[in-house]
Design a protein around this ligand. Sequence first.
Ligand code: IPE
Ligand code: IPE
Ligand code: MG
Length: 259
Amino acid sequence: MDLDGLDKNRLPQHVAIIMDGNGRWAQQRGKSRIEGHRRGKTSVRVIVEFSRKIGIRFLSLYAFSTENWLRPHDEVHALMGLLEHYLIAEQPKMMRYGIRLLSVGDRDRLPLGVRRTLEDVISLTRENNRMTVILALSYSGKDEIVRMTKKLACDVRDGKCAPEDIDEEMIAAHMDTPEVPEPDLLIRTSGEMRVSNFYLWQIAYSELYVTPTLWPDFREQEYLQALMEYQRRRRRFGRTDEQLVASMPSSVEAGGSKS
Ligand code: IPE
Ligand code: IPE
Ligand code: MG
C-alpha cells in the first residue's frame, strides 16, 4: 500500500463512518441482503486494522441505527448475529493491537446475548490505548440528545447543577462518550447525501466526505483517498483564511484543531 501521499502528521484524530450500501452491493450480484452485510463485516475488519496501522486515534462506525429496528425481522436478527460473531472473533486481535472498544447508543434495546458480549469486550479492552473503536449500535443522534437531556434534567433536579450552569462543555460531558473528541472527518459510503441521524451534536465542524462506493467495496485504497482529500481541506472554524495564516499557519490545512 502506497502511503506516500499521506502526511502522517496531519491525520484526522477521529474518523467517523456511515457504513452504507450493503443491500445494494448484494442486490447487484443477485445475492441476499444478508450476504451484503456479511461482506460488509470484512470491510469493517480491514478499515479497523488499517486505521490502527496508520495511527488514527478514534474510529466511529455507524453499524445499526435506531431506525434500522424497523427493518424486516430476519434482517435485524442476522445483523445482530453478525455483530455478536464479529465481537467474539475480533476480541483477541483487539487485545493484540491495543484497541479499546466503546459503544454509543441504547444498549438496552440490544438482544441480551449481544449486549453481554459487547459489555465483555468493552470491559476487557478498557486499558488498551493504541486506538479506540466506537461502535454505534441502536444509535441515533436525536436519541442520544434525548438521553443526554434526561441526565442533565436529573442533575438539576438533584441540585448537582443549576440551569444557568449549562453550557456546551456540560452537554458534551453528558453524551454517551464524553472522553471522545468530535470527529474531524465524516465518511459516508454509497453516495447518499444525508447523515441519517448519526452524530448530530458531534459533527458540527466535521469535514464531510461522500463516496459512491458501496461499503463492502470500501477498502484501504478508498479510505486513503478520503484521508488525502481531508488533508486538502481548509478548516477555518468560522474565521478567515487571512486570520488563520497570520495566527497559526500550520493549522490552516486539515489536521489543525479548533482550540
Ligand atoms: C448498511 O447497508 C448497513 C446497515 C444499515 C445496517 P444497508 O443495508 O443500508 O444497504 P443499502 O442502503 O440497502 O444498500
Ligand atoms: C444509515 O444507513 C445507518 C447505518 C449505516 C447503520 P441507512 O441505510 O439506515 O440510512 P437511510 O435509511 O438510507 O437514510
Ligand atoms: Mg442503507
